[in-house]
Design a binder for this molecule. Structure first.
Ligand SMILES: [Zn+2]
Length: 100
């Protein structure tokens, strides 16, 4: 699925996640645009340990989308800051970033 960004129909502000009212102008009419790509601003790794099982690493990144809003996305693995990524939503409604 595509990562949809909402845009205020009155003042043009782009937001993610969506809100009921625009924080800039109070309007409640929205259009949608697709943020298909972005740039990694910063990334980190979170390690979960369950008993003696092998640690499971989750790579997370702060991504500036092509449309402007910043989102937190999952990565397949570590990438340097500034990496260009493709953005999409997976079956569990998580934002996934893949290096281009
Ligand atoms: Zn607005």
């Amino acid at each position: 699925m595509n990562l949809d960004i909402t845009q205020c129909a009155q003042c043009g502000l782009k937001l993610f996640p969506a809100r009921y009212f625009c924080p800039a102008c109070g309007c409640n009419a929205w259009t949608r645009c697709v943020a298909g790509s972005g740039t990694v601003m910063e990334s980190t790794v979170v390690r979960h340990r369950a008993g003696e099982q092998e640690a499971h690493a989750v790579h997370l990144a702060t991504v500036r989308t092509s449309e402007g809003p910043v989102v937190i996305a999952r990565l397949d693995g570590p990438v340097p800051d500034g990496t260009s990524v493709r953005l999409e939503i997976d079956d569990m409604h998580r934002i996934i970033a893949r290096a281009l």
